[in-house]
Design a protein around this ligand. Structure first.
Ligand SMILES: *[C@@H]1O[C@H](CO)[C@@H](O)[C@H](O)[C@H]1NC(C)=O
Length: 193
């Protein structure tokens, strides 16, 4: 049998696709993140009332993160499964017409890295406290025997009153939303970045 260029190309294409599959599989094996709490508060707007709005969220990453093999001693550098972004909070001056868009907001400190939250426009294409997206980033970052090991992941979820969120507006005009009954946790697809 004589190999032509196209046969060779076909073999190479086949080889590279069989090589690519396990890498793909590893990435797809990331489990979804779990948003276990969202609290939205907007003020009444009455004279003298507290003029700040806020979105507070909690999220869990159920994945164990393998940061690779340490050059120093050959051990595997791991961030354990279950890291949580707790009390991620966007607080903004809604009375002044501001929105929480365009900023990165903090979550409580964790071991071996950090979490951040961004507020993005919802399905209407703009921000509303009743219809928005949250993009979480989990950065695993640690120093082991003098060397840095790091990996970053992100996941974005949609939150809308009438679906993921429910709550009430009181007679005073103060509104509060949380995860709707039966919607906790909201699953968020996680990707390595
Ligand atoms: C987030 O978790 C903390 C700690 O468990 C809890 O105190 C807080 O109420 C939670 N927030 C929400 C919005 O569920």
């Amino acid at each position: 049998m004589q190999f032509t260029t196209s046969t060779l190309a076909a073999i190479l294409a086949f080889t590279s696709s069989t090589v690519a599959t396990p890498l793909q599989a590893r990435q797809n094996a990331l489990q979804d993140w779990k948003v276990t709490g969202v609290a939205v508060g907007t003020p009444s707007g009455r004279p003298g009332s507290y003029p700040w709005s806020s979105i507070t969220a909690n999220i869990t990453d159920p994945n164990e993160i393998n940061l690779g093999t340490a050059q120093s001693d050959g051990s595997t550098v791991i961030v354990p499964a279950g890291s949580q972004g707790i009390n991620c909070v966007a607080k903004y001056f809604s009375k002044g017409g501001e929105t929480p868009l365009g900023r990165t907001w903090p979550c409580d400190p964790v071991e071996d890295g950090y979490w951040t939250m961004k507020v993005l426009a919802g399905s209407s294409g703009s921000y509303s406290s009743t219809n928005f997206n949250l993009k979480f980033t989990h950065v695993a970052d640690l120093v082991y025997q003098g060397s840095q090991y790091t990996a970053s992941f992100e996941g974005e979820g949609h939150f809308e009153v009438g679906n993921q969120l429910a709550g009430t507006c009181g007679g005073s005009g103060v509104c509060g939303w949380g995860l709707a009954p039966g919607k906790n946790p909201v699953l968020v697809k996680a990707n390595k970045i």
